[in-house]
Design a binder for this molecule. Sequence first.
Ligand SMILES: NC(=O)c1ccc[n+]([C@@H]2O[C@H](COP(=O)([O-])OP(=O)(O)OC[C@H]3O[C@@H](n4cnc5c(N)ncnc54)[C@H](O)[C@@H]3O)[C@@H](O)[C@H]2O)c1
Length: 358
Amino acid sequence: MKTYLVTGGAGFIGTNFIYYLFNKYGSNIRIINYDKLTYAGNLENLSEIPDDYRKNKNYIFIRGDICNEKELNILFNTYNPDIVVNFAAESHVDRSISNARRFIKTNIEGTHTLLETAKNKWLNKNKWKKGKLFLHISTDEIYGELGKSGYFSETTPIAPRSPYSASKASADMIVKSYFLTFKMPVIISRCSNNYGPYQFPEKFIPLIINNCLNNRKIPIYGDGKNIRDWIYVEDHIRALNMIIEKGKPGEIYNIGGQNEIDNISLAKNIVDIVAKQTGINIDDSLIEFVNDRPGHDYRYAMNISKIGNKLNWKPEYLFIEGIRKTINWYMKNRNWLNEIVNGEYKEYYKNMYENRIG
Ligand SMILES: NC(=O)c1ccc[n+]([C@@H]2O[C@H](COP(=O)([O-])OP(=O)(O)OC[C@H]3O[C@@H](n4cnc5c(N)ncnc54)[C@H](O)[C@@H]3O)[C@@H](O)[C@H]2O)c1
C-alpha cells in the first residue's frame, strides 16, 4: 500500500488533494496528514473523510511542524512514507510583508528539514530506495512579475519580489540542489493562483464572496489592473497526481489555468454572479480601491506546454464553471466561513483531533 505524507493537509490545497486521492484510490492508499494547524489549517475541512478510513488507518492526522526534525524522524520510522507532498507553508503575501519571520522559518528551514529527513531515510548505502518521491509544491510567484506580454516557462530565471515568493524561491533552490548533489528523487511543481472550496477567506476570491454575502465593501489594491492566471484547485490537483504518477525526478513543471483576468474584472464578475444566485441586492458599488500592496507584482502568466507535452495535462475547468462551483460551495458552507472569520473553530477542533507524535 502506497503511503503519502501530505504536509499542510489541513490547508486549502492540501485538503482538496487529500479528498482527491481518496476519491481516486479509496482504501488502497494511506495518507498521513502532518500539519501544524496554524491559523490557516482547519481540521473541520477534513470531517468528510469516512470514519472507516480513520479506523483502518488509511487516514492519520498528526499535528506537527515541518521544522521539527525529531518528530519527522519518528514519523518516517513509524510510517515509512513513499511519497512526500510538501504543501506546508506560510502562504499569504500580505502577512509576509507585515512580518516575514515565519515565512523564512517554515518555507525555507521547514522544507529543508523535511527534505533532509527524507534523504536520510531513503538513501541507503548510496542507493535510493525504490518508489520514493519528494514533490515540492511551489508557485508562479517565484518568477517575479511580467509586463503586458510574455509567459513564465520552467527556465525563466527566478526573480521573486515579496518575502513570501523569496522564501518559496529559496526552498525551490534547496530542493533542486538535492537532486543535483545527491540525485534525490525530487520534483518541483509551480502553479498559478488557485481558487475553490476550503480556501481561507483572507485570500482574494473567498474574501470577495464572503464580503458579497455580508454586503461588505470589497477592497481592491491600487487601480485593480493587476493580472493573475486563475486555476480551479481540482485542475491543479489532477496535475499533481499526474506528476506523482508519471513525472520525471529532477524536473520542474509549471501548472496554470490559462485564464488571465485582472482583479477589478474578477471582482465585478463575482459580485454579479453572487447577486444573481442569491438575490442579495448588491452591485459594483461594493468595490472600494485601497492603497496598493508594496511591490505588488503586475502580472503572472504560465507557459504550460511542458506539462502538456510530457504528461498530457491541461486545465479542464472553464473559469465560469469553476467560479460558479466555488461560489455555490461558499454559499452552502456559510457556517464554515463564519466560523473561520470569527475564529471560533480553532480551539474546538484542535482539541478534538490532536494527536501529537513523539
Ligand atoms: N493558494 C494558491 O493559490 C497557491 C498557488 C501556488 C502554490 N501554492 C502553494 O501551495 C501550498 C499550499 O497552499 P495553500 O493555499 O493551501 O496554503 P494554506 O495557507 O491554505 O495552507 C497551509 C497549511 O500549512 C500548514 N502549515 C503552516 N506552517 C506549517 C509548518 N511549519 N508545519 C506544518 N504545517 C504547517 C497550515 O496549518 C495550513 O494547513 C503552499 O506551499 C503554497 O505556497 C499555493
